[in-house]
Design a protein. Structure first.
Length: 137
């Protein structure tokens, strides 16, 4: 395919995220993390062929789909929190509220600043997935 053929391809218009699919082994521990630490709620889930859980925020703007699997990549409990490794970033209204929640719950987080318009806060779930949080500036 030539460069001209590539530029003639129809452009994609993204409308927004649908959900984040997260492979897990310990569903109960992950449900606890996502509900108690991140403050998400359990959502109705269709009768899918395997176990899992769907979670979302109060306004249903964010959805996490936990998918129980033994065959797909899961970082593991010994994974290191990493801003440069595979992670997903979410916009929150207030990092001060995020920080206060993590400190109240005794959840370890890491913050960095000075690279973009917002400080960046990172936490890990029980399976070793890194999650980043920023606020609008």
């Amino acid at each position: 395919m030539t460069q001209g053929e590539k530029s003639a391809a129809p452009a994609l218009k993204y409308l927004g995220p649908i959900h984040e699919g997260i492979p897990v082994r310990n569903l109960d521990a992950c449900i606890k993390f996502y509900t108690e630490v991140l403050g998400l709620k359990l959502l109705p889930r269709p009768n899918l062929p395997g176990p899992g859980a769907w979670l979302g925020d109060e306004d249903n703007t964010v959805q996490f789909h936990l998918i129980v699997t033994e065959k797909d990549y899961i970082p593991g409990a010994d994974a290191k929190r990493s801003a440069t490794g595979r992670h997903t970033a979410w916009m929150v209204k207030s990092l001060a509220d995020f920080r206060a929640r993590m400190e109240h719950l005794g959840v370890e987080y890491h913050s960095i600043g000075g690279f973009i318009n917002s400080d960046q806060y990172f936490v890990m779930d029980p399976e070793g997935h890194t999650w980043e949080f920023q606020e609008p500036k």
